[in-house]
Design a protein around this ligand. Structure first.
Ligand code: PLP
Length: 360
C-alpha cells in the first residue's frame, strides 16, 4: 500500500511504525482478547499504559520531578480557558505575547476569566516574525506570561525565549512539542494538543510545575482543576484511552529513533530543503516568515498571484500531495512537516517545487 504524501497541519501524519503496531494489537492487546479501547480505564493494563506514557514523556523531554504531567481532554483550546482559571490570581493580570491566531484566541478566552493584556504583538506586520525579546524581558508583574512557541497558521517559531521575567512562563507548544529539546524548568506550564506532533487528537498534554499547581482553587469545577487532575493521575474520569495509547506508541517510536536531539536534526534537514527551494527560486516562491523567525514545522509561502497558487495546488494534488493549501485565514501555501513526515516525502515536495518553477 502506498502512503499519502501527507502535509496536513493537524491532525497530521503519524509514524508508519506506530500505525502498524496499533493495527497488530487492535483486536488483541497483550493476549487479553480485546483491544485497548475495550479495556477498563481502571484495569492494571490501562494504568500501565498511562504510567508508561507519562514516563516516556518525562524521559524524552527531560521533565524534572517537581513537574506533574497530565493527560486531559478538550484540546489546546480548553487550555486557553483552564490556564487563566487556575493561574490568574485575584486582583492580578495575565500577560500575553501575540504571535498569531492561536495566541489571539488564548488572550480572548483569558479575558473572559479575568484581566489579561497583550504586552507585545507582531500583528501589525501580519505575524511574519516573533517580537524581539527586548520588548518582553523585564515586563511588569502579572500572574504569568503566555507565549505560543510555534505559530501553525503563520509558520513562525520562537528560537530564543524570554529571560529575566519574574513570572511563570506558560507556553502553548501544540505544534512543536517533541520537535526539539526544551528546558522544562524555564516554564511554569506547557500545554499541547496531541494531533500535530504527538499522536491522534483527543488527548492534551499539560506539564505543570508543582508549586504553580497550588494556585488551583478548590472551588473550580473538578474537571477544569489541574490539582484534581493531578491528584487522580489524569484518571479522574474516563480518559481518552485510545489516544493515550497512541501517544505511548509515538513516544516509543521517538525514543527508538534517538529522541528529541535526533528529531531536531531531522526537522532541521527537512525544513532546510523547503526553505532552500524558496530562497533559490529568485522570488518565484515568497516565504511568509522573516528568516530569523522561520518555523521548522510549518513552511508558509506564496506564489506571484492567486492563479499561479491555484495551479500549484492543483498540480500538487494530482501528484498526491495532501494538505498544501494555506490556512483559510491567510491563503497561499503551507507545508506542515511535523516529526512523523518522512524525509523522502519532503524531498519529493522540494523537487516538485523546483520542477513547477522551471515550467512556469
Ligand atoms: C492546533 C493548535 C491549537 C488548537 O488545538 P485544539 O486541540 O484543536 O484545540 C492551539 N494552539 C496551537 C499553536 C495549535 O497549533
Amino acid at each position: 500500500m502506498k502512503r499519502a504524501l501527507n502535509f496536513n497541519a493537524g491532525p497530521a501524519a503519524l509514524p508508519e511504525a506506530v500505525l502498524a503496531k496499533a493495527k497488530k494489537e487492535m483486536m488483541n492487546y497483550q493476549d487479553l482478547g480485546m483491544g485497548v479501547m475495550e479495556l477498563s480505564h481502571r484495569s492494571k493494563q490501562f494504568e500501565a499504559i498511562n504510567d508508561r506514557t507519562q514516563s516516556l514523556l518525562r524521559l524524552l523531554l527531560n521533565i524534572p520531578d517537581d513537574y506533574e504531567v497530565l493527560f486531559l481532554q478538550g484540546g489546546a483550546s480548553l487550555q486557553f480557558t483552564m490556564v487563566p482559571m487556575n493561574l490568574l490570581e485575584e486582583g492580578s493580570t495575565a500577560s500575553y505575547v501575540l504571535t498569531g491566531a492561536w495566541s489571539e484566541k488564548a488572550l480572548k478566552e483569558a479575558q473572559k476569566i479575568g484581566s489579561a493584556t497583550a504586552i507585545a504583538s507582531s500583528k501589525s506586520t501580519n505575524y511574519k516574525s516573533i517580537p524581539s525579546l527586548s520588548e518582553i524581558n523585564g515586563k511588569p508583574d502579572s500572574s504569568y506570561l503566555h507565549i505560543t512557541t510555534n505559530n501553525t497558521i503563520y509558520g513562525t517559531q520562537w528560537h530564543q525565549f524570554p529571560e529575566k521575567i519574574n513570572v511563570p512562563l506558560v507556553a502553548d507548544m501544540s505544534s512543536d512539542i517533541l520537535s526539539r529539546p526544551i528546558h522544562v524548568s524555564s516554564y511554569g506550564l506547557i500545554y499541547a494538543g496531541a494531533q500535530k506532533n504527538l499522536g491522534p487528537s483527543g488527548v492534551t498534554v499539560v506539564i505543570i510545575n508543582k508549586q504553580l499547581l497550588k494556585r488551583s482553587r478548590p472551588d473550580l469545577p473538578a474537571m477544569l482543576n489541574y490539582q484534581v487532575q493531578a491528584d487522580s493521575n489524569s484518571l479522574y474520569n474516563t480518559p481518552p484511552t485510545l489516544s493515550v495509547y497512541f501517544l505511548m506508541l509515538v513516544l516509543e517510536w521517538a525514543e527508538s529513533i534517538g529522541g528529541v536531539q535526533q528529531l531536531e536534526r531531522m526537522n532541521q534537514q527537512k525544513a532546510a530543503m523547503l526553505y532552500d527551494a524558496i530562497d533559490r527560486s529568485n522570488g518565484f516562491y515568497k516565504g511568509h516568515a522573516e528568516k530569523d523567525s522561520r518555523s521548522l514545522m510549518n513552511i508558509n509561502f506564496t506564489l506571484a498571484d492567486d492563479d499561479l497558487s491555484a495551479s500549484f495546488l492543483h498540480e500538487a494534488e494530482e501528484l498526491g500531495f495532501i494538505g498544501l493549501a494555506g490556512h483559510r485565514s491567510v491563503g497561499g501555501c503551507r507545508a506542515s512537516i511535523y516529526n512523523a513526515v518522512p524525509l523522502e516525502h519532503v524531498e519529493q515536495l522540494a523537487k516538485f517545487m523546483n520542477d513547477f518553477r522551471l515550467r512556469n
